[in-house]
Design a protein around this ligand. Structure first.
Ligand code: PLP
Length: 449
């Protein structure tokens, strides 16, 4: 017996009055009421449909309302809605078997969480327990989560708000790999991957390094694809110094880049792989911290000092099983790979047309459109400092126009992330890009302003 349904306006008003809007000033938050969603579309309170051009937060990889996943949730709720982590469950065993099929070979021991953030926290603790060392080398222009450890390891400025309380212990930052705007002013090719050499230099000159932590393709901070040589070189460096390599595949996993996991592009197996988001296509909250057998063996005789009430919660695991089956049935990893050149060509056309686009880059169905004031200096229209000082961002202004024309797109500081559900059609891609095309006129007009 539900009380009278709330109007759409009530839903919005109650939400903003009693909930925190994330990563923003609370004033001015006017969340859209999502009433429904299906396939590549979401529907607002007035019944208007929007193409979900960034899969919400780059996570609804299967698209919305996949019946097999919905059925799996319902079945699991009927069968067993909770068991504490000390028990074995059918969903846990089935998912573990499937993970062995899709994860990079050699990754075979699993710890389940309810977010990517917590999966990273687990990875840091496991790396520290296993190596007996403390320091983790992360990179600037990265995001690894919002809790104490993972925000401390986040290189992007979202970390700044936590720093007055003291820098996170044991975290060091290296320059990111970013050939479009190399932080150490080298030019690829011909640089010898100096940014990886820099990490080696850090390891040599620091005591106590447990791990190097990377997003294989940097996500929110601009879909930054490393050159081919980078990841194999990092693997060699880590092996040489006995340092673990942690791949944060929270955003890049699950077919997003045209491989089950982005590390597969370079044939590199990390020691610890962290993922979340697409693992259930975000139907329920699930994260995973997965390790090699070698690390697993260590804990046979060493105390595994970690756990959560909701670890391996059966309601989160059953939909992951269904998600993997659906991805296999629909061939979505292959689909992302096949559609990549189509998206790339379209975005290159867009770049040729709009002088405000500095760079387009990506892999699979994971792309960034990077806006700059000036193609020579590559200066962005806005910086994170503008965001936290409340200055309106050009990308937000453009995203609002794009939304009014029926497309939701992820805008971040001075770029857009294009990452539609992997079931997207060419026609839907055309539509999303045509709407972006139309409103990039705003950025072109702002050039030199
Ligand atoms: N790591 C990466 C690479 C991410 O993109 C995110 C979220 O966007 C996280 C970690 C944190 O995941 P969650 O938001 O599920 O805690």
């Amino acid at each position: 017996n539900r009380s009278a349904p709330l109007t759409s306006q009530q839903v919005v008003d109650i939400t903003r009055q009693h909930n925190y809007g994330t990563w923003r000033f609370q004033k001015g938050w006017n969340p859209m009421h999502i009433m429904d969603a299906e396939g590549c579309y979401i529907v607002d309170g007035a019944g208007k449909r929007y193409l979900d051009f960034s899969s919400q937060l780059m996570c609804s990889n299967l698209g919305h309302k996949n019946q097999a996943v919905i059925d799996a949730i319902a079945r699991q709720a009927q069968e067993l809605s909770y068991a504490m982590p000390g028990y074995a469950t059918t969903a846990r065993a089935e998912l573990s078997q499937l993970l062995l099929e899709v994860l990079p070979k050699g990754i075979s021991k699993f710890f389940f969480t309810t977010s990517g953030t917590e999966a990273n926290e687990a990875a840091f603790k496991i790396a520290r327990m296993y190596t007996g060392k403390t320091k983790i080398i992360a990179r600037y222009r990265s995001y690894h989560g919002s809790t104490a450890g993972s925000i401390a390891a986040t290189g992007d400025p979202r970390r700044w708000a936590m720093e007055p309380g003291g820098k996170g212990p044991g975290i060091l930052f290296a320059p990111e790999v970013h050939c479009y705007k190399c932080p150490i002013k080298h030019t690829y090719p011909g640089c010898g991957i100096a940014c990886a050499d820099y990490i080696e230099h850090m390891i040599r000159n620091e005591s106590d390094v447990a791990a190097v932590l990377v997003e294989p393709i940097v996500g929110t901070n601009g879909v930054i694809v490393p050159p081919e040589e980078y990841m194999p070189k990092l693997r060699r460096i880590c092996d040489e110094y006995g340092v673990l390599l942690i791949a944060d595949e929270v955003m890049t996993g699950w077919g997003r880049t045209g491989e089950w996991f982005a590390m597969n592009h370079w044939g590199v197996v990390p020691d610890i792989l962290v993922t979340a988001k697409g693992i259930t296509s975000a139907y329920v909250p699930l994260g995973l911290c997965a390790t090699t057998e070698k690390i697993a063996d260590f804990f046979q005789d060493h105390y595994f000092a970690h756990g959560h009430t909701y670890e391996a919660h059966p309601l989160t695991l059953a939909p992951a099983v269904a998600t993997i089956h659906e991805m296999q049935r629909l061939g979505l990893v292959e689909r992302a790979r096949e559609l990549a050149p189509y998206v790339e060509d379209k975005l290159k056309e867009l770049k040729a047309k709009h002088p405000s686009i500095g760079d387009v880059r990506g892999k699979g169905l994971f792309w960034a459109v990077d806006l700059v004031k000036d193609r020579t200096t590559k200066e962005p229209f806005n910086t994170y400092s503008d965001k936290v000082s409340g200055k309106p961002l050009l990308v937000d202004q453009i995203a609002a126009k794009i939304l009014a024309d029926g497309v939701t797109i992820q805008a971040w500081v001075s770029h857009f992330v294009i990452a539609p559900p992997l079931i997207v059609t060419k026609e839907q891609i055309d539509f999303g890009i045509s709407v972006l095309d139309k409103h990039l006129a705003i950025a072109d007009a702002a050039l030199g302003a």
